[in-house]
Design a protein around this ligand. Structure first.
Ligand SMILES: [Fe+2]
Ligand SMILES: [Fe+2]
Length: 201
C-alpha cells in the first residue's frame, strides 16, 4: 500500500503535540528540516521507500499502545509506568537518529535476466556519528525536548542485542534498564512487531 506522506506527517505531529511536552515544536521543526517525514525506514529491510521512517514510527506507536493495554490487563500495577504520553514519546521518537542517514543512489539489479538501474538508498552516518539509540536521545535533549529517565532508557536500548557491544558494561546497563523500565520491553516488542508483522505481511 502506498504511503501517504502528508497524512502520516499530520498524524505524527498531532500525537506528539498532544503529549504537551516542552520542546515539541522544536523537535517537529528539526525533524522536518532533516527530512524525517520523507526518509525511508531502512536501506532495504523494511519500508525502504519515501515516508517509510514516519510510517514505521506510527506503526511502532500503534503496536506499543496495544502491547501496553494487554500488559496492563495482566499486570495492572504497571499502569503508572506505561502512561500514554511516555509510550507515545518513546514510540514516535525512538528512531529520530535515522532522519538524515539514508541517501539516494543509483543502484543496479537484474530483472528477468536483464540489468536495470533503480534509485536505492545507502547509509551515510557522517553527519552525527553517535550510534543509534544514544543518538536519538542526545538529539532530542539537544533540541530541548523533555524526556523522563524511563523514556531515555527505552530509546537508548531499543535495539537490544543489536546494539550491545562485547563490553560487559553494556550488557549490565541493558539488563538494569530492563529491570527498571517496562517501557523498554514494550518498545522492543512494538518495534519488532511493526517491522516483522505490519511492515512485512
Ligand atoms: Fe531503531
Ligand atoms: Fe524502529
Amino acid at each position: 500500500m502506498a504511503i501517504d506522506v502528508q497524512a502520516n506527517k499530520d498524524r505524527f505531529c498531532e500525537i506528539l503535540r498532544r503529549t504537551g511536552r516542552a520542546g515539541v515544536e522544536t523537535v517537529l521543526a528539526e525533524l522536518d528540516q532533516l527530512g524525517f517525514f520523507s526518509a525511508p525506514a531502512s536501506t532495504r529491510f523494511h519500508l525502504a521507500e519515501e515516508g517509510g521512517l514516519c510510517q514505521h514510527s506510527l506503526n511502532v506507536y500503534d503496536e506499543a499502545m496495544l502491547v501496553k493495554v494487554l500488559q496492563c490487563r495482566l499486570r495492572p500495577n504497571l499502569e503508572p509506568k506505561l502512561d500514554d504520553v511516555s509510550v507515545a514519546v518513546a514510540a514516535l521518537l525512538h528512531d529520530v537518529c535515522k532522519a538524515e542517514v539514508y541517501k539516494t543512489e543509483i543502484k543496479h539489479r537484474k530483472v528477468n535476466g536483464k540489468w536495470e538501474d533503480y534509485l536505492g538508498y545507502v547509509p551515510d552516518y557522517s553527519a552525527l556519528p553517535l550510534g543509534h539509540g544514544e543518538k536519538s536521545v542526545i538529539r532530542l535533549l539537544r533540541w530541548g525536548f523533555e524526556l523522563t529517565d524511563e523514556e531515555m532508557m527505552a530509546i537508548r536500548w531499543h535495539m537490544h542485542a543489536w546494539s550491545l557491544s562485547d563490553s560487559p558494561e553494556d550488557g549490565a546497563n541493558f539488563n538494569k534498564a530492563n529491570e527498571r523500565c517496562p517501557l523498554l520491553a514494550v518498545l522492543i516488542a512494538a518495534d519488532g512487531l511493526a517491522a516483522h508483522i505490519l511492515e512485512t505481511h
